[in-house]
Design a protein around this ligand. Structure first.
Ligand code: BGC
Length: 658
């Protein structure tokens, strides 16, 4: 297609129509110009077809993130894209990359982390995977859609310029630079008083101007309130269809001189360019069903976070009576609700997998509760307690089914319903060896069980192939290597955003500024259940020989890591940087590099990481520029944000970016 020729032939009416969707799933086609329609669908844990066809459910984004394994994120993108190819999907509406600002946000399971660096690194790898099949990825939701409460009604996220640039827009800026997502979605909410889909500063100045974004910007579904305003602001495509009166509003804006034909043409070109780009067929072979399952299972295995272990895990020996309790052991919670939810094949059953790996141990089962109910079920609980009296150990599975963590709603609390809690308490009073397996998409308050549990495994939403990972982790077939991607607060009110989150229906003030997530707890030294980056292993790692070397735009960090335990395992190498002499507010430390390495028992390796100086800059609001402070920086190699293996200091000088 000759884009310029097509633009020159189209009438104004046709142009306005082309920059609005045709239906909930498709862009508009125009046969007379050879313009085909693009089919777009969600999401990041499965290719959800709009006719609800049964498809595979993969681990959710929060699980993908907990692997801290970029390669797996890339593979996940490839797999979804290969499914898109089979199903004629042109654009996959993923990944969701909003920062987890508040633990109650109903879509946290669709997002990566509270941390900027981890988010953009994992999202970038995912986008690269998707686009390697020439399927369009969609970085969403730009920007500050950090809660569901009020977002669709247009609540205004009021954010300082520094926090916007360093935190909420930074993830998008970085993925644009690294992975050029073909599309990007603007958010439902307002940003500092103006709807994101109509926000000129956000879309025109920042995104297309400063960040140099050249792909297509589409609205979230129904997020445009004034068509002309959205065109003026830089939005290319309104989805799913044009708002009533949209055409007239554009014509009027044109006649008043508030909008030029050139501005409209620019949007038309973006739509045509996307169609043109996505028409090129890829030569890459399809991913086989076996590979899909293998990658999905690998993510499920590598994302499990071992939160507590009093030495009971991995389970060993034989002849024991193991009681498995919980409806989720029979019908697992594998995904969250809303647009990312897929109508999926029958998931594998944790109970069956535990039976498979239990060897010569006896496995019993009790339902314990009804997952869909909030009420404690005395009959089911009594049955579980009776069986727990006979058992040597109890594996209790609890979690959030998909009606709890979901789009449009935020969770009401971080605790599980009484139907599960009271049962947990009963079991803990009855048997001294209770192990909990938790399936949820985000932070949960575990204080009721924490001190009395023998072990806690946190599984996230692991998709339809996730059950085997639990059994393998319990029986030591794999060594847990997931790490938390968000601070596990003790209670909602501990979160830095707690006060502002529900203050009113009109706006939410991001008072914590740049101190989001662990950066806040670390700065003020506040207690948590579990810190960011936390996760136990069945082995121990030792760090040594730290070497820091300055290069022009980066710092090379070299370190030797040894598996000093008696089992093979993977370690997430976490590099945090601090700038103790800073004369402006900065986080006490922030994640600036990570990697994941697998080491056999007794094995050592040398790991080389690169910290880009751009990840050491801060946004200087007075100068209106990114700023590198020369000075002494501390680089620490950590187990998690709170525990340091070893650290070193280096004096650095940088170039300022104007
Ligand atoms: C969601 C988007 C999604 C779109 C299409 C909206 O409600 O916010 O994330 O891509 O629907 O399903």
């Amino acid at each position: 297609m000759n884009i310029e020729e097509t633009v020159s032939k189209m009438s104004l009416r046709e142009k306005i129509q082309l920059i609005s969707g045709k239906s909930v799933s498709n862009t508009r086609d125009m046969e007379e110009y050879g313009i085909r329609s693009l089919y777009m669908t969600d999401g990041s844990n499965g290719v959800r077809l709009w006719d609800n066809t049964v498809v595979t459910c993969y681990p959710s984004v929060s699980a993908q993130a907990a692997t801290w394994n970029r390669q797996l994120s890339f593979r996940m993108g490839e797999i979804l894209a290969s499914e898109c190819m089979e199903k004629d999907v042109a654009v996959l509406l993923a990944p969701g990359m909003n920062i987890k600002r508040n633990p109650l946000c109903g879509r946290n399971f669709e997002y990566y982390s509270e941390d900027v660096y981890l988010t953009w690194n994992m999202a970038s790898a995912f986008i690269d995977g998707v686009q390697s099949y020439n399927i369009g990825a969609c970085a969403k939701h730009f920007a500050c859609n950090n809660q569901e409460l009020g977002a669709r009604a247009g609540i205004s996220s009021n954010v300082s310029e520094r926090a916007l640039r360093e935190v909420y827009a930074r993830t998008f800026e970085k993925v644009i630079g690294h992975s050029r997502p073909r599309t990007l979605m603007s958010a439902y909410n307002k940003l500092n008083g103006t709807y994101c889909s109509q926000n000129k500063f956000l879309l025109h100045d920042l995104l297309k101007g400063e960040f140099g974004y050249e792909g297509l910007v589409m609205s979230d579904w129904g997020a445009v309130h004034d068509k002309a305003e959205s065109v003026k602001a830089g939005l290319d495509l309104e989805m799913p269809t044009m708002i009533e009166g949209g055409e007239a509003s554009v014509e009027e804006a044109l006649s008043r001189g508030e909008l030029s034909m050139e501005e409209i043409d620019e949007k038309v070109r973006h739509v045509l360019q996307l169609i043109e780009d996505l028409s090129k067929k890829t030569e890459k072979p399809k991913v086989s069903p076996q590979e899909r399952k293998a990658v999905s299972s690998q993510i499920a295995q590598e994302s499990i976070c071992l939160l507590k272990n009093d030495g009971i895990l991995p389970l060993a020996g034989e002849g024991k009576k193991i009681l498995v309790v919980g409806e989720l052991a029979a019908k697992p919670a594998i995904q969250g609700g809303g647009c990312a939810h897929v109508n999926c094949f029958e998931p594998e059953q944790p109970l069956a997998q535990i039976e498979k790996y239990a060897g010569k141990n006896e496995v019993m089962y009790a339902q314990g509760y009804i997952a869909a109910s909030l009420e404690y079920n005395g009959v089911l609980a009594a049955e579980a307690v009776e069986k727990a009296k006979e058992a040597d150990l109890v594996i209790c599975m609890i979690g959030d089914p998909d009606n709890i963590e979901r789009e449009v709603f935020d969770r009401a609390a971080l605790t599980f319903p009484n139907s599960m809690w009271q049962l947990c308490d009963d079991l803990l009073r009855t048997n001294e060896n209770v192990i909990f397996v938790i399936q949820a998409g985000s932070v949960v308050d575990l204080r009721l069980i924490e001190s009395r549990a023998k072990a806690i495994l946190f599984q996230w939403y692991a998709g339809q192939y996730g059950a085997e990972a639990i059994a393998k982790a319990l029986f030591g077939e794999i060594n847990p290597s997931g790490r938390l991607t968000e601070s596990f607060v003790r209670r909602c009110s501990d979160s830095p955003s707690a006060q502002s989150y529900m203050a009113n229906d009109l706006y939410v003030d991001y008072n914590e500024g740049i101190l989001v997530g662990y950066k806040y707890f670390d700065y003020y030294g506040l207690p948590l259940q579990y810190p960011f980056g936390y996760g136990l292993s069945y082995t121990e790692f030792c760090y040594g020989d730290l070497e820091l070397k300055e290069e022009e735009d980066a710092v090379r960090v070299g370190v030797t890591i040894r598996n000093a335990g008696t089992r093979a395992g993977s370690e997430v190498v976490q590099v945090y940087v601090s700038h103790p002499g800073a004369n402006v507010l900065k986080p006490k430390k922030w994640l600036a590099a990570f990697d994941k390495v697998y080491l056999a028992e007794g094995e050592s390796c040398r790991v080389e990481l690169k910290v880009s100086k751009s990840d050491l800059e801060y946004y200087n609001e007075t100068k209106g520029a990114w700023w590198f402070d020369d000075g002494e920086y501390v680089f620490s190699l950590n187990k998690n944000v709170q525990e340091t293996y070893l650290s070193g200091c280096i004096g650095l000088t940088g170039k300022m970016r104007q």
